[in-house]
Design a protein around this ligand. Structure first.
Ligand SMILES: Nc1ncnc2c1ncn2[C@@H]1O[C@H](COP(=O)(O)OP(=O)(O)OP(=O)(O)O)[C@@H](O)[C@H]1O
Length: 347
């Protein structure tokens, strides 16, 4: 549906070149909510602006619905862009026009009749929950309401793709949630493919099914949100994931741990079914080991539960080995953090 193949983008100004994007390869399937995350300057805005050809690649190709945007004539490109709506961090509404007229802009440009325009605009305002604000000016609206108007305007021309450029970055957490829920509804009810760029991992966690992580103009990691949140490989991704999923023992618990011979500390990962079964209970009942929970966290991603637990296990080596085998056999990810065998010295 959207595909970027070996895309590079270099800005050149006054003889100085800045390589904003390097070797970008990504594919967004129809119906995806695809998130692109990265720190400031990573190249996110440049990337999303390539999808509606607000920027042209220096090298490589951008395909939308199988068509190379670089091959289109000006007229064909204009038609293709109608299929791609966009919303912005600062909403980009016309302050001098009423809400109704802001939403009507794309329709007026298509020369539809007044009645058709009125019907469509009111339908859209109703969908975003602002039917009663048609006669208000943007300055009379809250940030969340302004973004709803931006969304209604972006949907006016019935696009099959919606691009969101830091669409919730100027909003408080509660308003962010309501806008993200609205985007989810748009994706589900209108089957609109959504591409979101953000610097907040919570946005990715809340609505995306796929994610690409960017750093210094490159995609350093990409995959399903569950895959990337479950096993972040790159340090930058791990730092992003840490902002939403804590996965380490707190300092006060650290101080209480008795690192005795015959004990070990293990990180466990429970995904989906494994997170809803009484596996630790069975482990304690079936094996002669002491289990102490040092940390536990459950998160919901892509409607799947992801559990991170850190335990200390103490017992005879053979019993501990059997207990760990039982965990792995039950679909639990097991990673040894530290192990103190019987010859462990405390100095
Ligand atoms: N029009 C431009 N001319 C020259 N350089 C640009 C232009 N737009 C972006 N850049 C440069 O390209 C790089 C990537 O910028 P970009 O805005 O895409 O990153 P970003 O990840 O969206 O950052 P932010 O979150 O701060 O907006 C930066 O080094 C930036 O200075």
């Amino acid at each position: 549906m959207i595909e970027l193949k070996d895309v590079h983008k270099t800005y050149t100004r006054k003889g100085i070149s800045n390589e904003a994007l390097k070797e970008i390869n990504l594919r967004v399937e129809k119906g995806d909510i695809f998130g692109v995350i990265g720190y400031s300057g990573a190249g996110k805005s440049t990337l999303i602006r390539l999808v509606n050809y607000l920027e042209k690649p220096t090298k490589g190709k951008v395909f939308v619905d199988g068509h190379d945007l670089g091959e289109y004539s000006v007229k064909e490109l204009r038609a293709a862009k109608k299929n791609i709506g966009m919303i912005f961090q600062h909403f980009n509404l016309l302050e001098s026009k009423k809400v109704f007229d802001n939403v009507a802009i794309p329709l007026v440009l298509t020369k539809k009749s007044k009645d058709e325009i009125r019907k469509r605009v009111m339908e859209l305002l109703d969908f975003v929950g602002l039917a009663d604000k048609a006669g208000s000016y943007p300055s009379e609206l809250s940030g969340g309401q302004k973004q709803r108007v931006g969304i209604a305007r972006a949907l006016a021309s019935n696009p099959s793709i919606l691009l969101c450029d830091e669409a919730t970055s100027a909003l408080d957490p509660q308003t962010t949630r309501s806008i993200l829920q609205l985007l989810k509804k748009i994706n589900a009810e209108y089957n609109i493919t959504i591409m979101i760029i953000t610097h907040e991992m919570s946005v990715i966690q809340e609505i995306c099914n796929k994610v690409a992580v960017m750093e210094q103009g490159r995609i350093i990691e990409q995959g399903s949100v569950l895959e990337v949140f479950g096993h972040p490989k790159h340090l930058t991704t791990q730092n992003f994931v840490k902002t939403v999923i804590q996965n380490s023992i707190t300092d006060s618990v650290q101080k209480t741990i008795k690192r005795e011979p015959g004990s070990g500390i293990y990180k466990l990962e429970f995904i989906g079914q494994a997170a809803s079964e009484p596996i630790l209970y069975k482990l304690i009942r079936s094996y002669d080991v002491e289990v102490n929970i040092l940390f536990a966290n459950m998160t919901e991603i892509e409607e799947t539960t992801l559990g991170k637990v850190i335990i200390q296990v103490k017992g005879e080596t053979t019993e501990v080995d059997k207990a760990l085998f039982f965990l792995k056999n039950s679909g639990v990810g097991v990673e040894e953090v530290e192990k103190h065998d019987v010859n462990y010295s405390f100095n």
